[in-house]
Ligand binder design. Structure first.
Ligand SMILES: [Zn+2]
Length: 480
């Protein structure tokens, strides 16, 4: 089978017409990975599990898997075409046609709020993908087959040669027996490596800085690997991890050629226990969600205090919008990154950021990070918005055990910001309520106020507030 990649734009408008409810937001709990890379799924609950069968909207089949799909409204028939395979499914019918031959379906396609959903495993497998289901994680993994010989469509390698014609290569390909690494991803504090053959990984840790190293003997990068992930000419690449505090970066490289070995390295922020899961099902998993970290080396476990710093909002959530159309999330992050730089110089404090770039961890994620790590304190940085005349700083807390932290942090917030003191306030906010340690939320000024807004985005103001935050942390923790 050829690599997946062509899309069907001409059907796109039609689907928008057929599926007008597309785009409504609601949480979906199922994840689908293609060669280890998470697919963009609709957030309106249309990915469903029907009697153990994952059902996906046709739009996912078109846009994410790249198959050509046709929909006949009258007969409610879905035709899915890829290379030389044609599937015909009918809404409500539990048999399908595969190239004209009847095949029984585990689950019939159905209509869900004007969207037709089809069984993922059936469509995937008929189209040549390997489909596995992780019941614990409620996630499906699709692995594209290895085209192996590298003569896929459109490679353009054979100058003057047509794609139709393949001249057999008389020289045995030494890489033919290698497993292809199709994709590497990191989500839910798990590293996932998609392979198309059984691989016996070896895994070990290195210190200074902390790393977890996974060697994959007899492997090479799949031809399609660089479609999704960075891979330079020396067969090296990496991606940053920002959503999970344990890991800062995932690096991968063709490490050795005798035998050909891909090495994947997790750059850790601290030592962490891990669990290697390799069921020879096309997916190698390194799970960092094991119960406890190595004693004495986890943050805060070495006599140091652990502080979780939370830059409010982020990613799709801009927070408040200022009078000059600046976004609160950018202010919050700028201050938190400055706090980070200052905390790096404090030998008695370990810290974890809930985000260090423009991403959106949910409020639950933020709380979970702090609670899982048993942080000593939690500090969330925000800026406020309200009436045009409201100006100044506020410190919020919810649980009474947070009051003394709130008082200390507020003292320094007022001092460092130079803005008017609007007081320490009690309010039921998710991150200060659900955390299990003293937790406060700082509102560092009003973006709706012309004067506050004019200073909030200055380097000087942000430096001062960051210093104030660190002073407050140190005073509260008795580290002065
Ligand atoms: Zn906010």
């Amino acid at each position: 089978m050829k690599k997946i990649g062509f899309t069907a734009l001409m059907f796109f408008a039609m689907f928008l017409f057929i599926f007008p409810q597309w785009g409504q937001a609601a949480a979906g709990s199922t994840s689908i990975y293609l060669d280890g890379k998470a697919l963009e799924l609709p957030k309106n609950g249309e990915v469903q599990n029907v009697n153990g069968n994952v059902m996906i909207p046709i739009r996912v089949v078109v846009e994410e898997l790249g198959f050509v799909v046709d929909w006949d409204k009258k007969t409610r028939t879905i035709t899915i075409q890829q290379s030389d395979t044609q599937l015909k499914l009918v809404v409500g019918q539990s048999t399908a046609l595969v190239n004209g031959t009847k095949v029984k379906l585990a689950a019939a396609p159905k209509l869900v709020s004007d969207t037709t959903i089809v069984p993922l495993r059936f469509v995937g497998e008929q189209m040549g993908l390997t489909v596995t289901w992780d019941n614990v994680k409620k996630s499906a993994h699709l692995i594209t087959p290895n085209s192996g010989s590298g003569n896929g469509t459109g490679s353009g390698e054979n100058a003057g040669g047509g794609n139709e014609e393949q001249t057999p290569d008389p020289v045995p390909d030494p890489t033919a027996n290698l497993a292809n690494v199709g994709g590497i991803s990191f989500s839910d504090n798990r590293l996932m490596i998609a392979v198309d053959k059984n691989v016996k990984p070896s895994i070990f840790t290195m210190a200074g800085p902390d790393r977890i190293v996974i060697d994959l003997p007899n492997t090479k990068f799949a031809d399609t690997f660089s479609n999704n992930l960075m891979l330079d000419q020396t067969q090296n690449g990496y991606f940053d991890v920002t959503e999970y505090p344990d890991v800062s970066k995932v690096r991968y490289a063709l490490f050795d050629d005798q035998p050909s070995t891909i090495r994947v390295v997790l750059d850790m922020n601290y030592t962490k226990k891990y669990e290697l899961i390799n069921n020879n099902d096309g997916l190698i998993i390194v799970n960092l969600n094991t119960e406890s970290s190595t004693p004495g080396t986890a943050p805060g476990g070495n006599g140091k205090k652990l502080v979780v710093i939370d830059a409010g909002h982020g990613g799709s959530d801009p927070g408040a919008i200022s009078v000059t159309k600046k976004k609160e999330k950018d202010f919050n992050l700028a201050v938190v990154l400055k706090v980070q730089e200052l905390l790096k110089q404090e030998s008695d404090i370990d810290f974890v950021l809930t985000r260090s770039s423009d991403t959106y961890p949910t409020l639950q994620d933020r709380v979970k990070i702090a609670n899982d790590l048993k942080a000593d304190i939690f500090i969330s940085v925000h800026a406020n918005a309200g009436s045009a005349t409201a100006s100044g700083v506020e410190t919020y807390y919810t649980r009474s055990e947070s009051l003394s932290l709130a008082k200390v942090m507020h003292k320094y917030l007022v001092q460092s910001s130079g803005l008017s003191d609007r007081g320490v306030r009690s309010k039921s906010l998710h991150v200060t309520r659900e955390t299990k340690m003293p937790a406060v939320l700082l509102e560092c000024g009003y973006l709706s106020n012309k004067n506050d807004n004019a200073v909030l985005y200055t380097e000087d103001f942000q430096d001062r507030v960051a210093e104030g935050v660190v002073k407050g942390i140190k005073e509260y923790l008795g580290l002065n």
